[in-house]
Design a protein around this ligand. Structure first.
Ligand SMILES: Cc1ncc(COP(=O)(O)O)c(C=O)c1O
Length: 349
């Protein structure tokens, strides 16, 4: 069994570029705890920095861009929706590191050229090269994503033929290198919980491309923690998603010199809260956003963290998380979506 110190020491031997402000705050949500009847803590990864608009990707990008720099890359390619938090955080991190970001963004919600909002606006201010891929009639989102990756690959080929070194960051930064950031995240939170004498029983977080889940579960298992991690999906996933995440987590463990120990049974992926769909507001998500805002003065978003919080609230209300339990809500960021297109936010006021 590894300790948090062991994990952090192994990670310190890997190439990394310091981007965020760590450890992120960890504290009790007194009012939400009273309302829900549990002992509820928050892990503020919305607060990773570097700008006001951080989130869970900064932990991943510290290792991804560290790796990119070690490989001598100059251009960073990445992917997502036009309102992707991951893309925006990659762009801001590239600016800090003197790297050139190139984005291929699928227009899940078509932006209005005359009223650019949220993360896409930030991407433009940061000066990213942006390619917007509209979804063709009869094409699925996944097909448009695949087409966008193919277009990027062709651009990378052309640029490399001109001697320009490119580095590919997968959607969500969810490679084993990115997930290693959340191995560190789990160790960091464990130290904070230990210092408070807490026995964390549940951790809720939002799940998209799976790197956060993979890193957290790998950290939990390597350290023998009993906490149950509940990964609330922001979208529907393929049936092999859990084994895909287990592989990323195992590769992250191997990358830092540990044995692969994860299997798909170690994942608790809850797909009950993302409907009606990705980037489409839900009743539970809207209620969760308002509840946290009014009781704690904190913001979550309608696409990811609000739906994860809706999952937590529902698990408590239905007794799946018993009264009196100690739970952590891992805030992964994303509140810029509150300033995105109306279709994404819905009728919240
Ligand atoms: C705010 C927010 N929370 C959670 C996630 C999901 O993280 P992951 O892609 O590692 O599953 C994302 C991914 O983009 C996100 O932007």
């Amino acid at each position: 069994m590894k300790t948090s110190e062991d994990i952090l020491k192994l990670l310190s031997a890997k190439p990394k570029t310091a981007l965020g402000f760590f450890p992120t705050p960890f504290y009790r949500l007194d009012n939400m705890s009273d309302e829900l009847g549990i002992d509820l803590y928050i892990k503020r990864d919305d607060f990773t920095g570097m700008s006001l608009f951080g989130g869970n990707k900064i932990r991943k990008l510290e290792y991804l861009l560290g790796d990119a720099k070690e490989q001598g890359a100059e251009y960073i390619f990445t992917y997502g929706a036009t309102q992707s938090n991951h893309a925006m955080q990659t762009v801001e991190a590239c600016c800090r590191c003197g790297l050139k970001p190139v984005l291929y963004l699928t227009a899940v919600v078509e932006p209005d050229e005359n009223d650019i909002r949220g993360n896409l606006l930030l991407d433009k201010i940061f000066g990213a090269e942006i390619h917007i891929i509209s979804i063709n009639e009869g094409e699925t989102e996944a097909e448009a994503d695949a087409r966008s990756r193919k277009m990027a690959e062709e651009q990378i080929k052309r640029m490399e033929a001109e001697g320009k070194k490119c580095y590919n960051v997968p959607m969500g930064g969810s490679s084993h290198v990115g997930a290693a950031g959340f191995l560190g995240g789990f160790a960091e939170m464990s130290q904070q919980a230990d210092r408070r004498g807490l026995d964390v029983e549940y951790i809720f977080h939002s799940c998209g491309s799976g790197g956060t889940l993979a890193g957290l579960c790998a950290g939990k298992k390597a350290m023998g923690s009993k906490a149950k991690i509940i990964s609330v999906s922001a979208m529907g996933h393929e049936s092999d998603f859990a084994s895909h995440c287990a592989k990323i987590g195992n590769d992250a463990l191997k990358w830092i010199g540990l044995d692969p120990i994860l299997s798909s049974e170690d994942m608790n992926i809850d797909e009950n809260y993302y409907c009606p769909g990705y980037e489409q507001p839900s009743k539970g998500g809207t209620e969760a956003i308002k509840m946290l805002a009014k009781s704690e003065g904190l913001l979550v978003d309608p696409v990811y963290s609000g739906k994860a919080l809706a999952g937590l609230i529902d698990h408590v209300r239905t007794g799946k998380v018993p009264q009196g339990s100690t739970a952590v809500f891992w805030h992964t960021g994303g509140a810029t979506a509150l300033f995105a297109e109306h279709e994404i936010l819905g009728d919240i006021i």
